[in-house]
Design a protein around this ligand. Structure first.
Ligand code: PLP
Length: 379
C-alpha cells in the first residue's frame, strides 16, 4: 500500500467525504482522539504523573521544532496562535512613534494583537494587496527608520497566497526588524525552515495542518527575540521558580535562554498528548513527502477548476501557491450547501469566496469529486 493510502486510512472522514477544509480545521484522526482519551483515562484511574506530562511536553517540543527547522529550547507552548502573537506584541518594549507593518489579507488573529498597540503609541501600517496578491516589495514599501516589526502570514487563510518568508527574513535581518509569522496555514503541510529564514517569531495552533486538537499551539522565537521579550504572565514554569526559604521571596529564572519562561502554570497536557499522536502521523508519512503530494493535489484542483471556467482567486504560480484554492461564485452560501450535498466539505471565507483546501489524506479521487461537484454547480 502506498504511504498516501495508508495515511488516508487514519482519517475515517475520507471514507464518505471529500474533506477539503483543512484551512478551517483538520479532520480528527482516532489516533489523536485516542491519545487524548488515554491521557484522561490515566487521570481517571489515579495515574496522574506531572513530571511525566512535562517530559512528554518537552519531547513534543523537540518534534515540533524539528518539523519547522527551529530549536526546542526556543519553543513555548501556547493555547493558540493568538496567544503566541500577543506574547510578542505585548512583550516587546515599544517607543512612541515606532511603527509596524501588516498586510490587508491577514486573519483577524494576526491583525488585532498589532492594532491593540495603537494604545501604546505604535503606528500600524497596512500594506494593501492587489487582487489579494502582494509581494515582499509591497510590504517593504512601508518600511522606514522607525519600523520595528513586520507581521505576516506564511500562507494566507482566504486565498492560500504564500508569502516569500525567506526573502522577507533576509531583508528584516539586515535592518534589525522583527519578523513575526502566523504559520498556522502552512505548518504540517509545507516545509518551514524558521531559523534559516530568520523568522523571529513563528506562531501556530495545532488544529489545521498540524492535525492536532484545538486549544493548544506554540510560539517559536529567535534567540534575539527571546532575549528581548518580557513574559505576558508570570507563573510557575519549567524554568520559573519561587524560592520561599527566606522572608524575601525570590523569583528565579533558571535559564533565560529557555522559552519555557514564556509559559506559566500547567500546560494543556491533554492537548499535548493528542498533538503527539498527530506528530506520529506526520512523521510516519514524512514531511518531505507531504509537501509535494499536497501541492500536486492542489495544482490538479486549481487547474481543473480553471479548466471548468471557474473564477479562481488564488495564485496559479508555484511560488505563491499553497494548498488552499478560493473560488468566486455568485452565491457562496448556496454553493457551500450544494458542495455539502455532494459530499464535499469546504468553507466560505469572509470575502465571499468558497475555499477548498487539501491535506495529505486527500487523493486524486477527491479532487475529481470536488471538480464534479463544482461542474454541477454550473460555475
Ligand atoms: C491565518 C490564521 N491564523 C490564525 C488562525 C486561528 O488562530 P487561533 O489559533 O488563535 O485560534 C486561523 C484560523 O482559525 C488562521 O486561518
Amino acid at each position: 500500500m502506498s504511504w498516501q493510502d495508508e495515511f488516508r486510512q487514519f482519517f475515517p472522514v475520507t471514507r464518505d467525504k471529500a474533506y477539503a477544509n483543512i484551512a478551517y480545521t483538520s479532520p480528527l484522526s482516532p489516533k489523536v482522539a485516542d491519545a487524548v482519551a488515554a491521557f484522561f483515562d490515566g487521570i481517571t484511574h489515579a495515574r496522574s504523573d506531572k513530571p511525566q506530562w512535562l517530559r512528554d511536553a518537552d519531547a513534543l517540543r523537540v518534534r515540533l521544532a524539528r518539523l519547522i527547522g527551529g530549536d526546542p529550547r526556543r519553543l513555548a507552548f501556547t493555547k493558540n496562535t493568538t496567544e503566541g502573537l500577543n506574547t510578542v506584541a505585548q512583550g516587546l518594549a515599544w517607543q512612541d512613534g515606532d511603527n509596524l507593518i501588516v498586510d490587508d489579507q491577514e486573519h483577524p488573529t494576526n491583525a488585532l494583537p498589532w492594532l491593540n498597540l495603537r494604545r501604546r503609541g505604535v503606528q500600524v501600517r497596512v500594506a494593501q494587496a492587489n487582487a489579494h496578491r502582494y509581494t515582499v516589495d509591497d510590504l517593504w514599501r512601508h518600511v522606514d527608520a522607525r519600523t520595528r516589526l513586520i507581521a505576516v502570514s506564511w500562507v494566507q487563510y482566504g486565498t492560500g497566497l504564500r508569502t516569500d518568508i525567506a526573502e522577507l527574513g533576509r531583508r528584516c535581518a539586515a535592518l534589525g526588524i522583527w519578523l513575526v509569522v502566523d504559520g498556522i496555514q502552512g505548518a504540517g503541510l509545507l516545509r518551514a525552515q524558521v531559523d534559516e529564514w530568520h523568522v523571529d517569531a513563528f506562531a501556530c495552533g495545532a488544529h489545521k495542518g498540524l492535525l492536532g486538537p484545538l486549544g493548544v499551539g506554540f510560539l517559536h522565537v529567535s534567540p534575539k527575540l527571546l532575549d528581548a521579550l518580557e513574559p505576558l504572565y508570570i507563573g510557575p514554569s519549567g524554568v520559573t521558580t519561587l524560592d520561599k526559604s527566606g522572608l524575601q521571596w525570590q523569583v528565579g529564572v533558571s535559564d533565560a535562554d529557555d522559552a519555557r519562561r514564556l509559559e506559566s502554570g500547567n500546560l494543556n497536557y491533554p492537548g499535548i498528548a493528542g498533538w503527539a499522536g498527530a506528530l506520529d502521523l506526520i512523521e510516519g508519512a514524512q514531511p518531505e513527502r507531504i509537501e509535494p503530494w499536497v501541492l500536486e493535489l492542489s495544482q490538479a484542483l486549481g487547474d481543473g477548476l480553471r479548466g471548468l471556467g471557474a473564477q479562481v482567486v488564488s495564485p496559479a504560480g508555484a511560488a505563491m501557491r499553497s494548498t488552499t484554492t478560493a473560488l468566486r461564485v455568485a452565491d457562496p452560501t448556496a454553493a457551500l450547501a450544494h458542495l455539502n450535498q455532494a459530499g464535499v466539505v469546504a468553507s466560505v471565507v469572509e470575502y465571499g469566496y468558497v475555499r477548498v483546501s487539501v491535506g495529505a489524506y486527500n487523493n486524486h479521487a477527491d479532487v475529481e469529486r470536488i471538480l464534479r461537484a463544482v461542474r454541477a454547480l454550473g460555475v
